[in-house]
Every structure is written in C-alpha cells, then in structure tokens.
Design a binder for this molecule. Structure first.
Ligand code: ATP
Ligand code: MG
Length: 442
C-alpha cells in the first residue's frame, strides 16, 4: 500500500491488544467516563494509544469526543478553552496536571487554507474517520474507547504499529506541503521507536525537505530541541541527514556536504548527547542548556570552516574568530531556528574559548587564571562533552556537576550572587543556581 486512504474501520477487540484500563492515567479515565455519562462518545487518541500499545508511558493523554467545546466546558467546571483555529478544552487536575479534550474534527489546522479559517467554522468538526485522516502518521491515528476497550483503526495504523512502520497518512507529498513539520514528526517517531519509514513517505520527505524553511523558525527550534533531548538523537541525526531535513535546520553543514568528515564526528556527538540526556533523565537531573548542546553540534563545522583549534589563534586573532563565528551563526542557524540573541552570543563565546580551555588544561586541572574567567564553567561542560565524543569513553557524571573534578568550588559568576537554596537529597547541579550558573533559566 503506497499511502493510506479512507477505508472500512478495523476494530481491534480487547483480546487482540495489550492496552488495559489500568494502564490509562486516572484523570484521563475520569474525563473519558464523565463524557460518556453525559451522553457523548469519547476516545483516547494519538500518542497515548501508540505508547500504551508499545508498553511505554505516554507523555500526555489526549482525548477526542463528539462534544463541542462549549459542551465540554459545561461538563468540567475546572477547565478552560484554548486555541484560535481549533478550540480545545484543557481540564485541570491537581498539581497543575492538564488533560486536553478536543472535538473530533475533519481537518488539521495546518490543512486549512488561508487566514479565513482563523475561527473554526462548524463544518470543520468531523467523525472518527475524518479525525483519523487529518492526523500525521498512521500509528498516531488510533482511537481507544473504554466501554468495549477496543481500538478503532481507520488508517491501517494498528498493522503499522505491529510491523514497526511509520507511514504518512494520505498522499505524503500533499500532507508535507500542508505542514512540512510533519517530516520532523516522521523522523522523530521512527528514531524513538526504531521503526522503518514507509517508502513513499520517505521519498516525499527526501524530495521536500527544503520546504521546512517555510515554517516559522520558532516552531522549528522547538521541534528540533525536542529531538535533540529525546534520548534518540543519534538515530534522529542519521535519518535527518539522509532525508535532507538536517540541512534545512543546520544549513551551516550544507556547504561542507562534499567533505563528509563532519558526519562521523556528528554521529559521535549525537551519541554523547543521548548518553548525557539518558543518564540525566535516569538520575532525575536537569537537562543541559540548549546553547551548550547547540555549540556541541556546531563544533565540527567551526573546526572545519574556521579552524578554531589552530594553536596560533591568540589575542587579536581570537577576536576575529569570534566575529567570524558570530556572523556565520547570524546568517544561518540563528535565523533558521529563531535562536535568541543571548543564545547566539553564548554559542559564539563557547566555540571561541573552547580551544583555549583545551590548550591550557594541566594534568588534572586548569590554571587559576582560567578558572576565574566568566566563561570557564560553561566552557568546561562543552570540553567534557567534546572529550567524551572524541575519546569515545564515558565521562563520569560527577564531572558535569558544579564542584566536579577540575571545576571551581564556587562558580565565578555567582560569587557575588546570593547563595541559591540547595534542594534536599541531591547534589548541586550546573543549572541549579537561580538563573543557572549560565545566567540562564529554563
Ligand atoms: P509525544 O509523545 O511527543 O507527545 P504525540 O504523537 O502525542 O507524541 P503530540 O504533539 O502530543 O505528539 O500530538 C498529539 C497528536 O496530534 C499526534 O499523535 C497526532 O495524531 C496529532 N498531530 C500532532 N501534530 C500534527 C501535525 N502536524 N499534523 C497532523 N497531526 C498532528
Ligand atoms: Mg502527545
């Protein structure tokens, strides 16, 4: 089958799948039941069904219903309506938890034409089948209903889930043209689940990857960061390069495509990023700041294009290096990903100072003058990342902590600042300080 087309729904009975009511979040179940008791149909939809089937814990539980937003609001007093094009209802629970409920619809906001569609007209509401067709990939278009505990499949998503296939719903080229970010979503789910991308979907992505440039940079940045931090960034990177998506985001590497030396280096870098993110998640640590990982990703480019590791780069030449880095970032990755001014500044500083840090490294420490530099702590982290990627050996996690071996006991920047409150039960982390030791707050 080359693309999904509307066909008779397949109903997967309770005995044929492994999702049980127990595995559904209590609050989501409460919402599903309450909608049913009010006489509406309700379904668990999207990523929640996919992840439960795969035995993973879903990040969020989305609910689809035939109730209209106003009706949903009346059922749940602790709720509010959000969204301009399509209004959906957020139902609030304890500890800031939110369950999102949306009315089944026939079109995605991205499939609508023009600004006249800003307010959702009634005819955009739809059936289960239509709601399935407007979704991105088949494994994200399954509906689970709690009464019979069946999965309803209008797009062949259940078979794809079992076979490990990512397939764009409908005609891939058309769906990508409507919303190029769908290409990123395909790669994300293929990388996270080690699934294969169906041939026609893949071909359409390879042919249209440049169209990502038409999307708002802030959306591309958010989507890219999601993938960099997802723990499967190495697999993401390979698919992103092969499809061309990577060059739409990090165009700075496009010119060097003929010289493939950056590719194995970036593979090692993304593996290191995964190692760090997975061990940070396992240890309940904060994630590394965006600019650190972005600098890390730009390192092979800076080395190849600007020879940042050239030992003769000192004094005034360092200033010129910083200017060249900044100009390149301002022209390429900065606007492509909508990076803030401070993020661009941080990346420039890290890439400029890293070689100094490396060249001044003494046996097990750095000279005192260097440790006093305002950039030292941030740059030390980039150095550790670089070390791990280049030597292919895991750098112990404690090295990444403030006060870790070779780090100053008190970061220079926070010497005059008020001592931050320490959280009980775990060590001070690099971004535990108010505003982070990077003067950066997530
Ligand atoms: P995650 O685990 O990252 O939350 P997800 O698939 O649940 O993955 P969401 O961003 O939460 O991703 O989106 C919820 C659902 O909305 C998706 O499963 C998919 O069905 C649909 N969806 C999201 N983005 C698009 C899009 N650009 N086009 C069509 N459908 C989309
Ligand atoms: Mg989700």
């Amino acid at each position: 089958m080359s693309s999904t087309s509307p066909h008779e729904p397949v109903v997967i009975t309770r005995e044929q799948h492994r999702i049980s009511l127990d595995s559904i979040d209590r609050d989501a179940l409460y919402v599903l039941k309450k909608l049913n008791s009010a006489g509406f149909s309700s379904y668990l939809v999207g990523g929640g069904v996919r992840d439960l089937f795969l035995g993973k814990t879903p990040k969020d539980f989305d609910i689809g219903t035939d109730a209209r937003p106003g009706q949903i609001r009346r059922i749940f007093s602790n709720s509010r309506t959000i969204g301009r094009r399509f209004r959906l209802v957020q139902v609030f629970f304890k500890y800031g938890k939110i369950v999102e409920v949306s009315t089944l619809r026939s079109l995605s906001e991205h499939d609508l034409d023009g600004p006249e569609a800003v307010l959702a007209p009634n005819n955009t509401y739809g059936t289960v089948s239509e709601d399935a067709q407007r979704r991105d990939i088949s494994i994200n278009a399954l509906f689970y209903e709690i009464n019979e505990q069946t999965i309803i499949d209008h797009v062949g998503g259940f078979a794809d889930l079992q076979d490990g296939i990512i397939r764009i719903i409908g005609t891939p080229k058309k769906r990508i043209n409507r919303d190029p970010v769908r290409m990123m979503r395909v790669i994300r789910h293929a990388a996270r689940n080690q699934f294969k991308i169906e041939e026609n979907s893949w071909q359409a992505m390879c042919d249209n990857s440049h169209k990502l440039a038409l999307c708002p940079p802030s959306r591309l940045r958010d989507e890219t960061l999601k993938d960099i931090y997802c723990g499967s960034a190495a697999a993401w990177f390979e698919l992103a390069v092969d499809s061309g998506v990577f060059f739409a985001l990090f165009g700075i590497y496009r010119d060097g495509a003929a010289d493939a030396s950056w590719r194995p280096r970036l593979t090692a870098i993304f593996r290191t990023i995964d190692r760090l993110n997975n061990s940070a998640v396992a240890a309940g640590l904060h994630r590394q700041p965006d600019f650190l990982l972005l600098s890390f990703i730009l390192l092979p480019w800076a080395d190849a294009a600007l020879q940042i590791f050239d030992p003769s780069l000192k004094g005034g030449r360092l200033f010129h290096l910083a200017t060249a880095i900044r100009e390149a970032i301002d022209q390429s990755v900065g606007p492509a990903l909508g990076l803030t001014r401070s993020c661009r500044q941080e990346i420039t500083a890290l890439l400029t100072h890293l070689p100094t840090l490396i060249s001044q490294r003494q046996k097990d420490s750095w000279p005192k003058w260097l440790r006093r530099k305002s950039y030292f702590n941030k740059c030390r982290l980039l150095y550790l990342c670089h070390l791990e990627a280049t030597q292919g050996q895991t750098v112990p996690d404690q090295m990444f902590l403030v006060g870790g071996p070779g780090a100053p006991s008190q970061p220079t920047e926070s010497r005059t600042a008020q001592k931050p409150p320490r959280r009980k039960g775990r060590p001070a982390l690099v971004d535990d300080h108010p505003g982070g030791i990077f003067g950066f707050k997530r």
